[in-house]
Design a binder for this molecule. Structure first.
Ligand code: UGA
Length: 430
């Protein structure tokens, strides 16, 4: 099929590339012409495992192209996916101005039947607004369908998640749109769940909020574990074996971050409020998440006593493994708090150092090699669960440190082994 994707961020670029890989003809539109130039020249604006190879492969196969012109995208395709940012407003609500702007541009250039698909995470009933907007601004008065097709991919595993989805959700209101969406997703051989548009929109916020709730639940349990001498990983394994609960998303941590959970949770609380429901349960999920970072900071200051002028090595800046994304990263917030307390930080991240520089600037020392971070440090902190940190030469790190104290915000190491190696080791919930 001929597909346009408007917005080439983490979701849009992965979606377009994977559709091309599945055999469709895709044109990716972005209003940022620098980004378009970069992609046309073979560059990548983001890091996502496996993505660069797929972009190159599909561009040279002639199935994937980039343009700054929405008009060109609309003219060349039957289906237009909108994958633009829906950032948070100061009151926790969602800024839908990019969405509205794209809907108007599509309307202005549409001269034949099109299917307009929303992939961005949006409040329930946005589809209705998109349809109204297109109707209002389309002078040609052509027929169209609006579809909600929320994205469930995780950054860092986006290509894999897109190519092998657990399910595909499509919310729509016409047979014609359903047939087209089934054709688009046929190559992925995944179960397709067809709902009304409002339900599809709600599924996304309900799913992300439930996952955030799982993390906050295990983080709350981690507090009980610390207070009682139990081990949160044992507890997670034990409850996770119950298939009604499941082991995934039960890893205690510094708290969840990223561009989705914190924002979607606030948005969902706001949406519920506007619909007349006080979603207090989700407010507690947020509260536990904030508490988790506070507790970790306290662990550091209780152990070091005075944080000011302490040299601290920080492993990890991204909000999680396998990504260069630092938006709402607990690791970055931790760094900011430590800097505020007067600590001197040596930081390392396999992919996110460049993006972190835009936030932390010259306030920290960026260390290119993981094994050099600990040099002359009073303490080491693991803030992101990059798998390579497991390969850190701990013996060497301990010897190079002024004091062998390790704060593990991701439970990456074994407490007994760390003790054997001579570390004062503090992790989460054990
Ligand atoms: C999340 C959802 O998992 C995706 O399904 C969804 O499509 C996406 O949001 C979105 O709305 O676009 P993502 O934010 O990329 O994906 O990352 P996750 O893997 O969900 O991790 C979110 C945060 O939770 C990270 O900071 C991670 O470290 C933390 N986390 C995750 C934990 O602290 N413990 C866990 O057990 C799992």
């Amino acid at each position: 099929m001929k597909i346009a994707i408007v917005g080439t961020g983490y979701v849009g670029l992965v979606t377009g590339t994977c559709f091309a890989e599945a055999g469709h003809h895709v044109i990716c539109v972005d209003s940022d012409s620098r980004k378009v130039n970069m992609l046309q020249a073979g560059g990548m604006p983001i890091y996502e495992p496996g993505l660069e190879e797929l972009v190159k492969k599909n561009v040279s196969a002639g199935r994937l192209a980039f343009t700054p012109s929405t008009q060109e995208g609309v003219e060349k395709s039957q289906i237009i996916f909108i994958a633009v940012p829906t950032p948070p407003l100061p009151d926790g609500g969602v800024d839908l101005s990019f969405m509205e702007g794209v809907a108007r541009e599509i309307a202005a250039t549409m001269t034949s039947y099109k299917i307009v698909v929303d992939k961005s995470t949006v409040p329930v009933r946005t589809g209705e607004k998109v349809a109204e907007t297109i109707k209002r601004y389309n002078k040609a008065k052509v027929e169209f369908d609006v579809v909600s097709n929320p994205e469930f991919l995780r950054e860092g595993f986006a290509v894999e998640d897109f190519m092998h989805p657990d399910r595909v959700v499509v919310g729509l209101a016409s047979r014609r749109a359903e047939a087209a969406m089934r054709e688009v997703y046929a190559p992925f051989k995944a179960p397709i769940i067809v709902t009304d548009i409002n339900s599809a929109e709600l599924i996304k916020h309900a799913a992300n909020s439930f996952l955030a709730l799982k993390i906050s639940y295990i983080n709350a349990i981690s507090l009980i574990c610390e207070a009682s001498g139990a081990n949160v990983q044992e507890v997670a394994n034990g409850i996770g074996m119950d298939t009604r609960i499941g082991r995934q998303f039960l890893d205690a941590s510094l708290g969840f971050g990223g561009s989705c959970f914190p924002k979607d949770l606030s948005a969902f609380i706001k949406i519920a409020e506007q619909l007349g429901y006080d979603f207090a349960l989700l407010k507690e999920v947020q509260r536990i998440n904030t508490l988790q970072l506070d507790r970790f900071m306290k662990k550091i200051s209780d152990t070091l006593w005075v944080v000011k002028d302490k040299r601290i090595g920080v492993l990890g800046l991204a909000f999680k493994q396998n990504t260069d994304d630092v938006r709402m990263s607990p690791a970055i917030e931790l760094c900011q708090r430590l800097i505020k307390e007067g600590a001197k930080l040596r930081v390392h991240d396999p992919k996110a150092a460049e993006k972190a520089k835009a936030i932390l600037g010259d306030a920290v020392t960026y260390v290119p090699r993981m094994d050099d971070v600990a040099l002359d440090c009073d303490a080491l902190v693991v803030a992101t669960e990059w798998p390579e940190f497991k390969k850190l030469d701990l013996e060497k790190a301990r010897k190079s440190m002024t004091h062998p104290i390790l704060f593990d915000g991701r439970n990456m190491f074994d407490p007994a082994e760390m003790e054997r190696l001579g570390f004062i080791y503090k992790s989460i919930g054990r």
